[in-house]
Write a protein that binds this ligand. Sequence first.
Ligand SMILES: Cc1cc2nc3c(=O)[nH]c(=O)nc-3n(C[C@H](O)[C@H](O)[C@H](O)COP(=O)(O)OP(=O)(O)OC[C@H]3O[C@@H](n4cnc5c(N)ncnc54)[C@H](O)[C@@H]3O)c2cc1C
Length: 834
Amino acid sequence: MVEFLVFLGLIVAGVVALGMYKAPMWAWALGAVGAALFWQSGIAGTLTDPAPGLIGYLFWFTAVVFGLLSVPAIRRVVLIGPAFKLIKGVLPKVSDTETQALEAGTVGFDAELFTGTPDWDKLRSVAPVVLSPEEQSFLDGPTEELCGLINDWQVRHAEAEVPEKLWDFIKKRGFLGMLISKEHGGLGFSAQAQSLIIGKIASRSPDVVTIVMVPNSLGPGELIEKYGTEEQMAHYLPRLANGDEVPCFALTGPASGSDAATMRDIGIVTRGQHDGKEVLGIRLTWDKRYITLGPKATLLGLAFRLFDPDRMLGKGENIGITVAMIPTTHPGVNIGRRHLPSGAAFPNGPNWGKDVFIPIDWVIGGEKMVGQGWRMLMECLAAGRAISLPSSATAGTKAMLRFTSAYGRIRKQFGLPIARMEGIEEPLGRMVESAYSCEAARAVTASMVSRGERPSVLSALMKYQTTERMRQCVNDAFDVHGGRAICDGPSNYLQSAYQMVPVGITVEGANILTRTLITFAQGALRSHPYLFDEIHAAQDMDTERGQEKFERAFSNHIAFSVSNASGAFFHNLTGGHFGTQPEHVAGLAHWYRQLGRASRSFAFVADLAVVALGGGLKTKQKLTGRLADALSELFFVGCVLKRFEDDGKLSSDKDIVAFAAANGLYRFQEAMRGFIDNFPVAPLRWLMRAVVFPLGMPYRPASDELGHRVVKLVLQAPEVRDRLTRHIYVSQDVDDPTGLLEVTLRKVIASEEAEKKLERAIRAGTVRRYHGMDWIGDAIAKGVLTEGEGQTLREVEALTARVIAVDDFDPAEVKPHYPSVGHNSRRAESAAAE
Ligand SMILES: Cc1cc2nc3c(=O)[nH]c(=O)nc-3n(C[C@H](O)[C@H](O)[C@H](O)COP(=O)(O)OP(=O)(O)OC[C@H]3O[C@@H](n4cnc5c(N)ncnc54)[C@H](O)[C@@H]3O)c2cc1C
């Protein structure tokens, strides 16, 4: 029996080893021959009844099958050919617009995560945050100055508009041209610099950052810089950079939101009058909504479908999505009305036009770029999506932590700062984790974009993860602040973030779609090492050529799948102890080994999911959403480990890293568990469970004790709090609500001992603290406090009273007034009636 079990163990080890190392078919055949001979020698023991021969024949049969399959001609006939036919019908179909979207971005570290054996050194070698001296001085100079000029209440309520004074400053200092090259009058800043500048402004005002962010994201500036004609660049770019032109970009319409490519806005190629001359041009009819900066814009970037019924351009009739720039003063352009998005003050509104004639050279890139709009948009979207929202959301997580850790220490109930209560520690712990990990992932992604990558999968993942984590942080901040957060007014520093969270969640691909469709379903197509090639091969009109291409990809795919299945099983069985880790990662080796183990499991499950679900992948969104979450956790934990190294492996951060890594791996496990439990094909579900969780669930969330240590660090070590919230704006002005928090917090910490004495005296009944009494004077008189301590505590109490105060208003002041309400659908109805 023992011999037999040893034999069985050897067989399993042999299969795992051959699989893990992607052994060729002949090696499998040799392995089977070896097993057959071994078995027949009888060394494996006496448990050979009742059918010793049968088992031996089974090994010989396996050896013959693998031997035959190692002959290419035979393999082609019995394996590749039938597989090609079968898979042709199963693999997801990819439309033209999808292909453009998939081919637009670059594949980077995301592809590593799909291999099952990511090279973590590739992530570790991404540059840490480095700015040029010019970028640094812009961040420390004009950006800091702008933040100091902002009064959030004035912006979002008193004026319900970004004041002209701020617009002027922004234009004059070149904020609107950060992505425009120096050659064309812009600042030509790196993505990392743009990300930090955007983040800093976002930590001060979501409205103001929006007016800076939009011209520096997908829109006329970027499109002209990348695809414009020489004349367009020379004319528009300097004007956009210095703010003489304010751009907006109109893609979304009432009927086409997430599915923007189905827009009903059309242009017909025709001849018409422009500047007193007859020219070739386009007659446009469109109806757009939600357009940021629209009401203020001077230059409208418009996306529409172009048709050429008379084939005047010689490119067929249905030319495709095209982007043009139209001055908003052009006759027929209706613009200027506003939406009220979540009470925000940045300009946002609809625009529309009917039979508006524009010359063809208003198309971005001129006549040669007609029909190229979707490709242009997709190419720019990946980079933009990696910067704007992840930067502002990350800044949001940091700001929420900074404000809430201060408030939690200042605000007392039951004689204790509320932050010392375990119930409050829990949300504060989540905020610490989000602030640390979002900044880690933001810095990596921005550096990738700075070096020229356009990471489509990572940008989607970053967009939904950072905005969701910010949503959690804002909710946590609200819970910790209680009524103080809910009552709005000039002293409320949380409301603007709360109002703006849904905007970040919705724009640039609403999160549900971005999570369930873009990150994994499209991500797998893009980042899987062989799938995209197999689909291309299957869709090849030339079947012979298709099968040839397919053979290469499919053979590698099988070896890859078997390797990941074996690797995942081995590492899950051995707890990841035998995994490899990059060199010189002292203190992080355990986490790297666990990440390696998790990556193997992810790659194995992702691969099976793609193969088994095929075209159904797009609709099985509860499943793909979970795999998007699992992929995100792998990336975020990897970035956390990298940040620890980049920051110089500070011992104070070790607990934060352990906290974030443990929670990240636990969420990874739960996402995988949810996926496997709900996978519709039972045998595959059993296989996945056996491979990924052979010994049950290995990960637990970080312990309460670790969470306690992490929050204590932030409350007691100002340098840790500063590091966790770095790169955001920090006011020190007591007349600013966030500055007041900072000043008060410092004084509260400095007067801790005196405060304890006073609290003890109050508990003992020596001193009584009620309205109308001078309890500090009383404490001094009774010798509880010295004069000096009393003076400090008076100051702290006065500041604390301001920190906890909420605003109230004259009822007449708080009535909103919106005199003339318009409606897209009414416009659409009247257009239809015409
Ligand atoms: C404040 C604000 C500013 C904006 N600025 C601009 C701008 O400057 N220019 C511009 O062109 N547009 C802009 N937009 C539009 C924005 O990009 C769209 O709102 C967004 O694309 C979603 O479209 P929708 O609101 O019509 O939602 P819908 O498309 O109706 O989606 C509703 C919900 O369904 C989900 N969903 C849709 N399809 C799928 C799917 N296949 N799978 C899973 N879930 C799906 C979405 O994720 C969403 O949760 C802005 C919007 C807002 C609110």
